[in-house]
Design a protein. Structure first.
Length: 401
């Protein structure tokens, strides 16, 4: 069986996911095409060697529809021989794209693949693709499905994480992200985005709030109390009657930000790398998928990570650094607690609470962040994981070459 190597990883800066955000003026196909062009230029890549492009996209409608992967390949003037498709595993989509690429490489059936994700949340708003899971009352009632914010608040209630605990974690994310940007830790992987006139649009994450204080966070109103009162709290409490009342502690300050962004990785076999002069940075050791309760849906990372560790024949002590997507503060704290992880080894450069969560791109983004931090620290092994809708969790373990 072949090994799957990561040869390069790039990402765009994250722009605020609203009309006033810097990347709103950039169409999704342009954002992704910019990434294709950048990774081609950085690696002096003859794109005819690439077998496929796999792109995660959680809201594949409108400008992000009609197979944005192949559309952007054509727009970027890549070889006509490169195929492409998009996939949707909710927030796990970007990492699923990477994992699927690694699986294809390890099978030996393909040799070089571009994988990653895209989400222009300012132009294709979250949940605009509809679906029974989100909007069909019969389905929602039957399975006890609630919005993720309600799940986050339910976890906080069950685990007795108070508002101050969640806000302190959010402040830590802001401080770590600001320090990492200031130190230039993200520079090598972040490509600047220009508009069609050649003018610089964005070169640094736009969602950061480096001057955040705990006092400011404490004054933010609960984000999910209103939708909880609309009936979703009652649905959750029917499945968890041990809880008398859900405490709505999550706010815009301790939840992930809505942003635009894209990310790509170049993944291939050892043989193709040697043939075209690519130097590997890391090797994908194992992957894990799992699913937990659909109501308490944000706890999938723990079983997914345990599955990835078991598949690799590894234990928790073998992991040097951990990265979990900060969809909300409570599931990260729960993951840290369940896996008994040293907080100094988890999300060491901040996360989506500070920098934002461009749904389909995040998994690829944070895997690249983890890889580069391992290299910077001269460490060997890292695990990245995300929670996703429906209770799903996904994990990937990498080893620096």
């Amino acid at each position: 069986m072949n090994e799957a190597y990561i040869y390069d990883a790039i990402k765009t800066p994250r722009g605020k996911g609203k009309k006033s955000g810097a990347l709103y003026q950039i169409k999704p196909i342009e954002l992704l095409a910019n990434c294709f062009k950048a990774i081609q230029e950085r690696n002096n890549l003859d794109t005819s060697y690439v077998n496929d492009a796999i792109i995660g996209c959680v809201t594949p409608v409108g400008e992000q529809g009609a197979n944005i992967a192949k559309s952007a390949l054509l727009f970027a003037d890549w070889s006509q021989h490169v195929s492409g498709f998009q996939l949707n595993r909710f927030c796990a989509s970007g990492l699923e794209a990477v994992n699927l690429a690694a699986t294809k490489i390890r099978s030996g059936w393909e040799n070089l693949i571009i994988a990653g994700g895209l989400e222009s949340m300012s132009r294709a708003s979250i949940e605009s693709d509809g679906g029974a899971l989100l909007f069909d009352p019969d389905v929602i009632t039957h399975i006890g499905y609630v919005p993720q914010g309600i799940s986050a608040d339910l976890i906080a209630t069950l685990e007795e994480y108070d508002r101050d605990t969640l806000d302190k974690y959010a402040l830590q994310s802001q401080m770590r992200a600001a320090a990492a940007w200031e130190a230039g830790y993200f520079d090598s992987a972040t490509i600047p985005i220009y508009n069609s006139a050649g003018m610089l649009v964005l070169e640094k994450d736009e969602h950061l709030r480096p001057n955040t204080t705990l006092e400011q966070l404490s004054k933010l109103p609960p984000a999910f109390a209103r939708i909880g009162d609309s009936g979703f709290d009652a649905i959750a409490l029917r499945k968890y009657p041990v809880v008398e009342k859900i405490k709505h502690h999550h706010t815009a300050g301790n939840s992930s930000g809505i942003v635009d962004g894209a990310a790509l990785m170049l993944i291939g076999s050892k043989e193709v790398g040697e043939k075209i002069g690519l130097k590997p940075k890391a090797k994908i050791i194992s992957i894990g998928n799992a699913c937990s309760d659909s109501t308490l849906m944000l706890q999938g990372p723990t079983p997914a990570s345990r599955r990835a560790l078991k598949s690799a024949g590894m234990e928790k002590k073998d992991i040097d650094l951990w990265e979990m997507n900060e969809a909300f503060a409570s599931p990260v704290l729960k993951f840290q607690q369940d896996m008994d992880i040293d907080p100094e080894l988890l999300n060491v450069n901040g996360g989506a609470i500070a920098m934002g969560h461009p749904l389909g791109a995040t998994g690829c983004m944070i895997l690249g962040t983890l890889m580069n931090e391992l290299i910077r620290r001269n460490k060997s092994t890292g695990l990245v994981t995300l929670c996703a809708g429906g209770g799903m969790g996904i994990s990937t373990i990498i080893e620096i070459v």
